[in-house]
Design a protein around this ligand. Sequence first.
Ligand SMILES: N[C@@H](CCC(=O)N[C@@H](CS)C(=O)NCC(=O)O)C(=O)O
Length: 206
Amino acid sequence: MLKILGRNNSSNVQKVLWALGELDLEYTRDDIGGPFGGNREADYLVMNPNGLVPTLIDGDTVLWESNVIVRYLARKYAPNSLLPDSLTDLARAEQWMDWQQTVVAPAHFPVFWGLIRTAPEDRDLDAINNGRDRFEQVMTILDHHLSDSAFVGGESLSMADIPVGIMVYRWFTLDIERMELPSLHRWYQRLADRPAYKNNVMIGLT
Ligand SMILES: N[C@@H](CCC(=O)N[C@@H](CS)C(=O)NCC(=O)O)C(=O)O
């Protein structure tokens, strides 16, 4: 059976759990990382030399890097649903997935870390406010993209939605000012209707 190593409040672990939920695949999960620890142990580092979560174990296949794991699951278990079929659509999906890692995640990080993982008396308000502005800029790019399609990769959910879908929950849940982004909001509501998103992503921020 598939096994996931990683605590379920991690955004990167949630990508994998959401994908598994969409595919209705059975798996087990061990709480690793954060307060649970275990990710700096020698046996864990053999599987994931970064000491980060998530790690996926699928038989002899051991993988790290959340977006790669989502791509692997889509290719192996969902070639007709989460995986786009044309070369161009596949590349566009991967474009939005890489954009989440390289642009959105760093933009959101100071806001998430400052408001959720830092005690009020220790917060760097400038870093939080600058992060909020940058987070809004990148969510505006996504809002614009979503103005003419129901999902990031077209008219149905695909792997393109998963990394940015984790970020949009944080955008709408963090206690921050938000400008109106109607297409983004409609897409978020579509995601929120999906049990796999509700059960694995919309679980509060800790
Ligand atoms: N690029 C990696 C980043 C993984 C990562 O930064 N994971 C964080 C949690 S979101 C982590 O392991 N933090 C250390 C910990 O949980 O102890 C991925 O997408 O899988």
